[in-house]
Design a protein around this ligand. Structure first.
Ligand SMILES: Nc1nc2c(c(=O)[nH]1)N[C@H]1C(S)=C(S)[C@@H](COP(=O)(O)O)O[C@H]1N2
Ligand SMILES: [Mo]
Length: 364
């Protein structure tokens, strides 16, 4: 490997959308900040941390306006190691089945893991006196998303159950450093186990309400639509909203299309399942799924983070397709084919990952 090798693939500069390569992602179970994928729907706002205020309102007994100092002084500091996974991760695999116009062709890297530091949203909602008639907690940010119709600022919501479960955080630290603007600084929401879209960056308002957010990214985008949907005829509320991350895995090492010597080689990757599910087993095949070997699961670093796995395979000469599949703790297995999960917005490709490598006998 040379230092000139690309570690980041930029899909778009403005708004900024970029993902690490398989090789870069495989290097650390907690992704370095400079490698962590970036997903933006609009121009990143430039917020002075001193000026930043968070409004907590809606169905609460004591509406709050909090500065960053208030968050730091009034609530217990907490950390969570959590994987973020964009709903569009691995979309390129769906586009290979059938084109998905107007969406980024995300490869394997629209997912990353960080150690997030801040406060538990549950503590803030308790201080605000969250009322029993609230069912959803909505987040609002100032960045304007031109792709939304009508164009509007970014927003999302989660259920009160998820918002008060403890793991959902308001964070200003990422891997022990101040949260960079690119990842939502000064303060963002992190909703461990939910699709990345719910982890609202640059959050400035949290509203307790009796229905989900009416923001475009809750009512129209990030919803799973049937494959035969005519996108020109969809209406607000069609399909169902994506919440927990579906069971998924990918092969991160070797790289797709790598040229390798025949003989033993290490195959490694991650597996992840959102919310309360864990990873139970990962299998690897080099014969298209006729036979499988169990990979070794590496230690669980957090209930909210991916599991790394690895195994050794014996590469025969020629083109070799390597397939992986993960099982979660509910005994769910990833679907085999991307054809069966194809959907018109290209979300949640969790089909068995495959890569192809070329193995050659060493020349002396
Ligand atoms: N305000 C705001 N929050 C946002 C977004 C956005 O465009 N604006 N993108 C969301 C999506 S789709 C994902 S996958 C994650 C990506 O977070 P990252 O850029 O830190 O990786 O942020 C989410 N939060
Ligand atoms: Mo996303």
């Amino acid at each position: 490997m040379t230092t000139t090798e690309r570690t980041i693939v930029v899909h778009q500069h403005e708004p900024y959308n970029a993902e690490p390569t398989r090789t870069a992602l495989a290097e650390n179970i907690v992704t370095p900040v400079g490698v962590f994928y970036g997903r933006n729907h609009g121009t990143m706002p430039d917020i002075d941390p001193q000026e930043w205020r968070l409004r907590v309102d809606g169905l609460v007994d004591r509406p709050l306006e909090l500065s960053l100092a208030d968050l730091k002084n009034r609530f217990a500091h907490r950390e969570v190691i959590a994987t973020l996974q964009c709903a569009g991760n691995r979309r390129a695999g769906l586009m290979a089945v059938r084109d998905i116009p107007g969406q980024h062709p995300w490869g394997p890297g629209a997912t990353s893991t960080a150690r997030w530091g801040g406060v538990s949203l549950a503590d803030v909602l308790a201080a605000a006196g969250l009322r029993a008639d609230a069912t959803d907690i909505a987040f609002a940010a100032p960045d304007v998303a031109p792709e939304a119709s009508p164009p509007q600022t970014y927003g999302a919501s989660i259920t009160v159950a998820k918002a008060t479960a403890g793991e959902t955080m308001l964070v200003w630290e990422m891997n022990g450093e101040p949260l960079p603007v690119a990842h939502g600084g000064p303060v963002r929401v992190v909703v461990p186990g939910h699709i990345g879209a719910r982890s609202v960056k640059w959050v400035e308002r949290i509203t307790a309400q009796d229905r989900p957010s009416d923001n475009f990214f809750q009512t129209s985008a990030y919803r799973l639509l049937p494959a035969d949907t005519d996108l020109s005829r969809t209406r607000v509320g069609d399909g169902f909203p994506l919440t927990a991350v579906a069971l998924n895995s990918d092969i991160l090492r070797p790289d797709d299309h790598a040229v390798l010597p025949t003989g033993p080689t290490t195959v490694a990757g991650y597996a992840f399942a959102g919310d309360d599910r864990g990873i139970a087993r990962v299998d690897v095949s080099i014969d298209g799924g006729r036979s499988w070997r169990q990979a070794e699961l590496e230690a669980e670093i957090s209930p909210w983070a991916w599991r790394f796995w690895h195994t050794s395979i014996d590469l025969p000469a020629g083109a070799v397709t390597i397939t992986a599949r993960a099982w979660d703790t509910t005994a769910a297995l990833q679907p085999e084919h991307p054809e069966s999960v194809w959907n018109p917005k290209g979300y949640i490709n969790n089909a068995w990952p495959t890569i192809t490598v070329i193995a050659c006998d060493a020349v002396s």
